[in-house]
Design a protein around this ligand. Structure first.
Ligand code: TPP
Length: 631
């Protein structure tokens, strides 16, 4: 049977092992080809092919709930649940999502794309089932990567699952990596040496045979299975850390299982299904990220975790930081050369946040703490207390996780922590959960917090330099977007917390206050307006908090003030400016128009297309100016 004949999970069940193996091959080729045309997550999906086939053969989705942590590894799940035709528009506007999507399929439950949540959803779904809300026989199967197992929520839920005895099957899909190798003693990265020793150990080999024999005899229930499983558990327990860890929490452990061996996987999943009445169980599955596609297998940095559009014959070229990320990457290295207090912290994303170069040059001053943003922030607080000058590099959207830590662990203590937030603003392809639109609105409300938004690569450099000094008084945030960066002359920068006037129009009619990336389209808008005989003053706001009072005073003398930001409009920087202008100007106060991101979950599309749709491109800004001037 070929991929085209698989329309639903039940189509997989009649297949023989050789047919399934051929299908797995075909799926890998299909995924490489599809991702090469749209960009998307690759390595994680190539590693999860056999696991997904086995899950959908053993469990009965959607009666049984198969839940994917993060969701970036669910392409095969999409394919076997009837969505292969949609892959030509993967992650495109109006195409299929790069994550599970409740709108797309009854087989999809979670679409948040932020890691380490699946065990909590599973706990909740199990509670609802046990309360009679869903089919009584429903199995709840939570698939979580070893990377995602490093997040605090996963531990919290595991503790709760074990203590409550909820019937949940956890599949730990362990490929030893997040993007980079996973920082955890539970994962194969840390275990691989031990595993090799174990596999050569004659006692283990004998026990392993017993286990295999036991598995071959399944499905069998009763005393034989009981004894076999105990032998299996005991055999592994002596040698590996994970069983002891899970079992101490009250979660039974099975594994490690070869995650590319369909038979072994199905045996293990069936066995778990038979034993789940007794409470939660974790099946530890060892997989290879990027399996079957050599450019992914050979990629040291991230096993092609994700990839842009590429030629499948050669694979993508090595990913290097560009734009604002590149400016950050170079500047932090330069500054660290002369300031030994500077250390860098990443939550499992050294490559995407631009820290690889820093890691190579200052390995002792580089900290990957796992997918653990909350811990990253409070660890930074501790480092700052101890005299270091930590730079925490995160995606804007993932800082949401650590809000409480930023406010009370860092800001309340006025600690010198610098937050560098990449992928701020509209990010596009990854859909609603990846846009970085809350950072300015939220962080600007924290007492003492300085929030800077660079409008060019030169400004990133300047702001990071300044932040090292500004941090003497407490935390500083620098937030910048992905994509092509504005670039100017080296001297074309402001300094400290001052705003910067870029264009002056003496008529005092229109004053545009533009923030970060929005400076570019605002200047372009003025160029468009010039053709219509309208001119305007333009400021680069630079510091969103505190606001530069001289900029506010200057703007207040105009008829119309327009603020432009690529953050949430409601409660954002523009509204704060509006408030300040209203309260500080006299009778001739200007009309203030606030442009920003509407309060919506914005679906995937190219960032420029989204910005244009919501009026945050040059044309949109020019149209707003024109409307207000002609009023
Ligand atoms: C809270 C949060 N932080 C960071 C990320 C970015 N991220 C996406 S996938 C990933 C690695 C996941 O590793 P793992 O769970 O082992 O899955 P794999 O890709 O290796 O299969 C990271 C860090 C995220 N999705 N959520």
């Amino acid at each position: 049977m070929a991929l085209a004949d698989i329309r639903q999970p039940s189509d997989l069940r009649p297949l023989t092992l050789p047919q399934l193996e051929a299908l797995a091959e075909e799926i890998r080729e299909f995924v490489v080809s599809a991702v090469s045309e749209t960009g998307g997550h690759l390595g994680s999906n190539l590693g999860a092919v056999e696991l997904t086939l086995a899950l959908h053969r053993v469990f009965d989705s959607p009666r049984d709930a198969i839940l994917w942590d993060t969701g970036h590894q669910a392409y095969i799940h999409k394919i076997v649940t009837g969505r292969s035709a949609g892959f030509n528009r993967l992650r495109q506007a109006d195409g299929i999502s790069g994550y599970p999507s409740r709108e797309e399929s009854i087989h999809d439950f979670i679409e948040n794309s932020h890691a380490s949540t699946v065990l909590s959803y599973a706990y909740g779904l199990a509670a609802a089932r046990d309360a009679g809300q869903t089919p009584d026989r429903r199995h709840i199967v939570a698939v979580i990567g070893d990377g995602s197992m490093t997040g605090g929520m996963a531990y919290e839920a595991l503790n709760n699952l074990g203590h409550s005895g909820k019937r949940v099957i956890v599949v730990l899909n362990d490929n030893g990596r997040s993007y980079a190798p996973t920082v955890s003693n539970l994962s194969q990265g840390a275990l691989s040496n031990k595993l090799t020793d174990i596999r050569l150990n004659p006692v283990y080999v004998r026990r392993q045979r017993k286990i295999e024999k036991f598995l071959k005899n399944l499905p069998v229930i009763g005393t034989q299975a009981e004894r076999g499983m105990e032998a299996f558990k005991a055999g592994v327990r002596e040698f590996l850390q994970p069983p002891a860890f899970f079992e101490a929490l009250g979660v039974r452990y099975v594994g490690p299982i070869d995650g590319h061996d369909l038979e072994a996987l199905e045996h293990a999943l069936n066995a778990a299904q038979q034993r789940v009445e007794e409470g939660p169980i974790v099946i530890h599955v060892i997989t290879q990220k990027g399996r079957g596609y050599s450019p992914a297998e050979d990629d040291d940095e991230k096993h092609l975790h994700d990839a842009p559009i590429f030629n499948p014959a050669t694979g993508p070229s090595k990913s290097v930081p560009t734009g604002y990320t590149e400016a950050f990457a170079n500047t932090i290295v330069d500054l660290a050369k002369t300031d030994p207090r500077i250390v860098a912290i990443t939550a499992a994303m050294p490559g995407p946040t631009g820290l690889i170069q820093f890691q190579e040059q200052f390995p002792d001053r580089f900290f990957d703490v796992g997918i653990a943003e909350q811990h990253a922030v409070t660890a930074a607080a501790g480092m700052a207390m101890g005299g270091m000058r930590p730079v925490v590099a995160l995606y804007s959207t993932f800082l949401n996780r650590a809000w409480d830590q930023v406010v009370y662990d860092v800001a309340l203590h006025r600690l010198p922590v610098i937050f560098c937030l990449d992928r701020a603003g509209i990010t596009g392809d990854d859909g609603p959960s990846h846009h970085g639109i809350y950072d300015m609105a939220l962080l600007s409300k924290v007492p003492g917090m300085r929030v800077l938004a660079p409008s060019s690569t030169q400004e990133v450099e300047q702001m990071l330099k300044d932040a090292i000094m500004l941090a003497n008084e407490g935390p500083v945030v620098i937030r910048y977007p992905k994509g092509k960066a504005r670039s100017g002359d080296a001297s074309d920068v402001g300094s400290g917390l001052a705003a910067r006037k870029l264009l002056t129009d003496q008529s005092n009619t229109v004053c545009i206050l533009a923030i970060g990336k929005m400076v570019g389209p605002s200047l372009d808008a003025v160029a468009l307006l010039a053709a219509k005989g309208i001119s305007a003053t333009v400021w680069d706001v630079r510091s969103c908090a505190p606001l530069d009072q001289s900029m506010i005073d200057y703007a207040s003398a105009h008829k119309v003030v327009i603020t432009v930001e690529d953050g949430i409009r409601e409660g954002g920087i523009g509204m704060t400016i509006e408030d300040v202008v209203t309260h500080t100007s006299g009778a001739n106060r200007p009309v203030v128009e606030v442009l920003g991101i509407p309060k919506q979950f914005i679906p995937q599309a190219k960032p420029d297309a989204i910005l244009s749709r919501i009026g945050l491109d040059a044309e949109g800004i020019a149209a707003t100016v024109q409307r207000l001037v002609n009023k």
